[in-house]
Design a protein around this ligand. Structure first.
Ligand code: 13P
Length: 249
């Protein structure tokens, strides 16, 4: 019912030659038909990625966008530009954007709205820090981040979201959430969505991110409320990323 999505987030990594390598590799394999795959590349590689992956089933995405449509905003990139360069999805509110670039819930909401306005699929990232988890605040934090966006959208916009749960303490640390820990948070997210609308909750894809690798993806993806992965480090190695995509099928 919910088609799994495996999305690679290259962050500020990669190169044009890596884009080409992914294009060649994905052109030469058959992905499971019941899995969607996306690659979120740095802005300058979007056009090349859209071209290199154009003959494959892999969608191209970006990692953030401006909350403004156009104008004198030096250094910013609009949703319309992303679309023009071939992006179909965009990450919003990644924990690195929240922690390092000062994006609060209001800034995240504005970017989700900008993405929806341009017909891009926003992948809303939520997640608690280690300190918040140890203080027993995991659900309060992630549900708060979810509601800051969902409450502000209308019933036609909400189903267009994808949500990624990424515990901050699991990102880039090699310390993956256990399948049980991840499932518990995903179930809480889905239960909260059901308060708005049962069908919304049943249909929304909830991805897990945080040290997902080829050797732990299958057990995470086997959890009933985990509908895919947002993969950082392991998405930079084509064989590892392909293995994760295959394990989702
Ligand atoms: P890692 O897979 O490197 O832990 O990164 C996760 C992430 O932040 C993806 O957005």
């Amino acid at each position: 019912m919910r088609m799994p999505l495996i999305a690679g987030n290259w962050k500020m990594n990669g190169s044009l030659s890596l884009v080409e390598e992914f294009g060649r590799a994905f052109a030469g394999v058959s992905l499971p038909v019941n899995v969607e795959v996306a690659l979120m590349v740095p802005f300058p590689y979007l056009g090349a990625a859209a071209q290199a992956l154009g003959e494959t089933a892999v969608m191209v995405g970006a990692q953030t966008l401006s909350d403004r449509p156009a104008g004198a905003f030096t250094g910013e990139v609009s949703g319309a530009m992303l679309r023009e360069c071939g992006a179909r999805l965009v990450l919003v509110g990644h924990s690195e954007r929240r922690a390092l670039f000062g994006e609060d819930d209001a800034a995240v909401l504005a970017r989700v709205q900008a993405a929806l306005h341009e017909g891009l699929t926003p992948v809303l990232c939520v997640g608690e820090t280690l300190e918040e988890r140890e203080a027993g605040r995991t659900e309060a934090v992630v549900l708060g981040q979810l509601e800051a966006v969902v409450e502000a959208l209308d019933a036609t916009q909400r189903p267009r979201l994808i949500v990624a749960y990424e515990p901050v303490w699991a990102i880039g640390t090699g310390r993956t959430a256990t399948p049980e820990q991840a499932q518990a948070v995903h179930a809480a997210l889905r239960a909260r969505l059901a308060r708005h609308d049962e069908a919304l909750a049943a249909g929304m894809r909830l991805l897990y991110g945080g040290s997902m690798k080829a050797d732990n993806a299958a057990e995470l993806l086997a959890q009933p409320d985990i509908d895919g992965g947002l993969v950082g480090g392991a998405s930079l190695k084509v064989d590892d990323f392909l293995a994760i995509c295959q394990s989702a099928g």
